[in-house]
Design a protein around this ligand. Sequence first.
Ligand SMILES: [Zn+2]
Length: 551
Amino acid sequence: MTNEEIKKILLEGNYITPEDITRAEKNMNKGGSLVDYLIDEGIITVSIFGQATAEFFQVPYTNLGSYPLSKNDIIKIPEDIAKKFKVVVVTDAPEEVVVATDNPKEVELIKALELIFKKKKITITYALPESITNLFVAYQKPLETRFSKIIEGNTRVAPEIIDEIIGDAINLNASDIHIEPLTDEVVIRFRIDGVMQEAGRIKKQFYENILNRIKVQGKLRIDEHYGAQDGSIRYQQKDKKYIDMRISIIPTIDGEKIVIRLLGEYVRGLETGDLGLSKDDENIINEAARKPFGMILVTGPTGAGKSTTLYALVRSLNSPRVNITTIEDPVEYRITGVNQVQVNPLTNLTFAKGLRSIVRQDPDIVLVGEIRDTETAEIAVNAALTGHLLLSTFHANDAATAIPRLLNMGIEPFLLASTLELIVAQRLVRRICMHCRYSVTIPKTQLIKKFKQAQNYFEEENVTLYEGKGCEECNNTGYIGRTGIFEFIKITPEIQNLILTNPASGQVWTEARKSGTQNLFEDGIDKVKNGITTIDELLRVAEPSRDYLSK
Ligand SMILES: [Zn+2]
């Protein structure tokens, strides 16, 4: 649809005013999309636009995003017809079939549907084109069927198999691909939302070519079979977009195992508003990050999303007016406008050495991938003291423990007290799938059996919680994607004084509690009550607190 047509539809339906159009035409980029502008400015939403267009065509509107569609129904329309006319089956009952298309008046489409559904009543509804094409994943055959086809065809077996594996991993939003040789087979597994799932298997005879191709693309040694190797690939997808991947190969008794981490655009685009922070926490982190100097530390075990949080912070702070330099091991995501340095043991470029040189170049903001040793910690503290905002991760289970651990590394208490601004601890929990979420009401007594602290967290006798039923959107797991749960210790003047006394973590925590700090579990409980995650998921990643914060 052209901008003129869209203008007509929205004006006729009274979804916007002529003044909105005047303003849009004045401020919009030349040749830009009117719909994108109106949505970005918050004048209309995606579903209002869908609704308006449906009214224009005089058919009902289907919001496919909120509709649990069945793969079996979708494939009732042959793939070529579905793609030609952009059409999907919404529901298929004995008497009537409902379809959604972005072209409801197309005569050829109606003829084709009559041939497929014979005597049934056909109801045509409107849906937005992208929401339709997203569903065409339903036509994908299982990975193994596609493997057999590729092997039959017998040319370029390895590259085609690798393309299929990576394509599927991207479609399913996997974070990692594990390609693991067994005695006579190779199993391919994807890590999706933190959980491993088998994706397919292939005969071992094809493995060597696959392994070699990945090694060549990752600039690794083909003749090395007994050592661990790490590399990276900038992979071009079928739609020509690039995705960065980190490759790691380790020898096992059945051969070399490949692990590919997909470094998605999606993480690169994240800002602090997307992390799942509460409004209070978001204000605290933004305030700390706006100071011209000081130190913000993110703690948590591996896989807790620490670097995602730091990258989001860097993105929020990134502007042409500030210089941001990072030292990382490895550089996970490239960010435009940021100077990124990779730790390299071969050239003796360690965190400590790199950080020392970076500080000499006088950047405004420095991101240190991880503070692992005393030397790095000392340089970091000095940098934070001398007019740099320093961001880093630190291995500690909770925020309060970070302080005694840094002091034990030999950092002077008065230096730490005057530089530290904020300590964040975090974990990741899986989000409930919005396509199949439903609520359940259970007696509080039952929750208390699950964990006795439930007593404190839920007031009502019957508690309403949420779960995912499992649907095609979420691969029947009931979860899609992840979000963070956080614990924030803001360094107040009281905590600064406490640091001077070499405190134990318990003392730090007691002091932080006085200013209303929530722990990981409590932040998680808010997300459970709001239907973002489940109580079981929260109990999997965080422990109920010993001390209860009454609000
Ligand atoms: Zn679902």
